[in-house]
Design a protein around this ligand. Structure first.
Ligand SMILES: Nc1nc2c(c(=O)[nH]1)N[C@H]1C(S)=C(S)[C@@H](COP(=O)(O)O)O[C@H]1N2
Ligand SMILES: [Mo]
Length: 276
């Protein structure tokens, strides 16, 4: 976090320190004004279903599904209980420190980040556990934030560090996992247009259970080094197929989660069985 001289620990890195980082690739507050994003959608039980799809023709998961089935170990490993435990998480004030190998290291307030043009991106989210969803995020490409701090030529990676607040995050009192959660991306992955800092979903501010107030989204990855790859099984879960939340049965998992056309070139020459 801000007090830790991350620049000394990881001199090869541009680092990004924030209170929460969602990996998978794969963190907004209840009261944020997402000025350009329009009014909140009607998500009441009687609201008409949102029939929009992603570029593959897959229907969006519902707001209900996206906000009640969560992996967020800082709160609990029980997906159905995250929303309840995260309800009162304080998301304001919020700061993100970006430093390391940067010409203009800076601390951004959340209000600074909301001044970047916010766009909607419909992405598939594939969990290594073998389930997936289609989520209409709001946010902006991470590369716009990085451009502001001007990474030095020597920078090769971005290191992300989440909030450490065990008083508010009961899962962080469990010493089984090392806290805070740290993730990483190669700088070229971080600069890719698909790589998003999400500030909302379904046209409104992020809910705490989905990573409010700010969350990293890299839709073709599970985490540092690990890309979605149906050919490389995880020790616990085959990666060949997945269950789309809300559907019965399983569907084939696509290389790079269906984003191969956009991202495969980043990994040209790598053995993706080893470097999955
Ligand atoms: N800080 C943090 N980020 C995290 C996780 C987590 O436990 N803590 N879980 C990851 C996993 S395994 C998945 S599948 C997604 C889940 O995001 P969602 O609950 O918003 O759908 O967040 C990822 N990012
Ligand atoms: Mo996951």
């Amino acid at each position: 976090m801000r007090g830790i001289p991350s620049s000394e620990i990881t001199p090869e890195h541009v680092y990004l320190s924030r209170r929460r980082f969602m990996a998978a690739t794969g963190a907004l507050g209840a009261m944020l004004a997402l000025g350009a994003c329009g009014a909140s959608p009607d998500t009441s039980p009687t609201a008409p279903a949102d029939t929009r799809t992603d570029e593959l023709g897959d229907r969006l998961n519902s707001f209900e599904q996206i906000t009640t089935y969560n992996n967020y170990y800082e709160f609990t490993t029980d997906k159905q209980r995250v929303a309840r435990l995260a309800r009162d998480f304080r998301v304001s004030p919020w700061e993100v420190a970006v430093g390391g190998l940067a010409r203009r290291p800076r601390v951004f307030g959340l209000e600074d980040l909301l001044r970047f043009e916010q766009e909607e991106r419909i992405y598939r989210l594939r969990c290594v556990e073998g389930w997936s969803m289609v989520i209409p995020w709001l946010g902006f490409p991470l590369r716009r934030l990085l451009a502001e701090v001007e990474p030095l030529a020597a920078a090769r990676y971005v290191r992300f560090e989440t909030v450490l607040r065990p008083e508010e995050m009961p899962g962080q009192r469990d010493r089984f996992y090392p806290w805070p959660y740290v993730e990483g991306l190669r700088l070229d992955e971080a600069m890719h247009d698909l790589t998003l800092l999400a500030t909302g979903l379904y046209g409104r501010s992020l809910t705490p259970q989905n990573g409010a107030p700010l969350r990293l989204v890299g839709p073709w990855k599970y985490g540092f080094y690990a890309n979605v790859n149906p050919d490389v099984p995880h020790p616990r879960w085959s990666q060949a197929t997945e269950r789309r939340i809300g559907e019965g049965g399983r569907r084939p998992t696509l290389p790079f989660n269906g984003y191969a056309e956009e991202v495969a070139a980043l990994y040209a020459g790598l053995d993706l069985r080893v470097n999955f």
